[in-house]
Design a protein around this ligand. Sequence first.
Ligand code: UDX
Length: 429
Amino acid sequence: MDCCVIGTGYVGLVTGACLAELGNHVIAADMDEQKIQSLSAGHIPIYEAELEAIVERNLKNGNLTFTTEVHEAVSESEFVFITVGTPSDAEGRADLTNVDNVARDIARALDGYTVIINKSTVPVGSTKRVQRIIEESMPQYHEFDVVSNPEFLREGTAVFDFMNPSRIVIGSDSQKAAMRMTELYHGLNAPLLVTDPVSAEMIKYASNVFLATKVSYTNAVANLCEAVGADIREVTLGMGYDERIGFEFLKAGPGFGGSCFPKDCRALLAIARENGYDFELLEGVLKVNLEQHEKMVEKVARAAEGLEGRRICALGVAFKANTDDIRESPAVYVIKRLVERGASVMVYDPQAIQNARVELPGATFASDPYEAAEGAVVLALLTEWDEFKWLDYERILGLMETPYVVDTRNCLDPAMLRKLGFTYEGVGR
Ligand code: UDX
């Protein structure tokens, strides 16, 4: 089938590449000329498992092309995916400027029945809004439907998640559009839920915010564990065996970050406010999260016995492992605060250094973890990269000024480190 995605950010790129991999003809459009040029040459601007190989393969076999010509892309497609960014505005609401502009571009390019799919995370009611904008901006009438089809991709496993979705949600008032979407996703084996657009939009927020709530709840319990002398890892293990709770998203740590959870929490809070509902629970989720970032700063400050002039080694700056994304990363928050309080922080991350240089002008960067550890009084592990588990800690012990590890991700082995001579501190244990 002929598809296009408008916006080649995370969601657009993964969606476009995977639809091409499933055998569709996909045009991926973006107004950023430089980006399109580099994508056409097979250069992927993000670090995402499998994505580069899929893009390369589908560029070669002609299933995937990149363009800056939105008009052409839309007029040649039966399915048009809107995958542009919706950043938070000052009040926490999703800013729809990009979506609105794209809707107008689509309206001008329509040429026969088209299904327009909202994949960007947009406030409840946006499917209708896009529909209205298109109706108002169409120079000449063409039949079209707008569908909400939220994505649930996790960074780092986005390709796998696209190909193996937990569910496919289609929010549409039009049976014709819903049927066409069902055909498009025919190759994927997943429960398919067809619902009204507003409910589909709500499913996306409610899911992400629920997961964020799980993380904040776990972190709150972790803090209590520290106070009473329990171990959060044992506690969550014991909880997880209850199928109603499950093991996922019960990892205590520095709080959640990334491009979705914080933004979606704020957006749902704004939606609640606009609709006269006092969503106190969600305010608590965000409050616990920020406090958790700050608690990590305090842990390091205590371990270093003050921060002014102290050398800190920060391992990890990405918001989680297996990504180079540092958007709203707890690690960035912690490093910024340490620098503000006078520490000299040397950062290492396997993938995210490039992005971090811009965001953290006050820090210095190491090319490997051992260089980062040299002369440090505290090693703060901030992102749970696998490779940090397998470092030569004996060597690190020799390099540090004082052997203190603050493991904000609970991913190292305390017994091993203590045996080597480190003081070890985790979260909630
Ligand atoms: C998330 C959703 O999982 C995905 O469905 C949605 O489409 C986009 O948002 P992502 O932002 O890639 O995906 O990250 P995710 O793996 O969900 O983690 C989010 C944050 O929560 C990270 O900062 C992570 O470290 C943190 N987290 C997650 C915890 O602190 N503890 C956990 O147990 C799980």
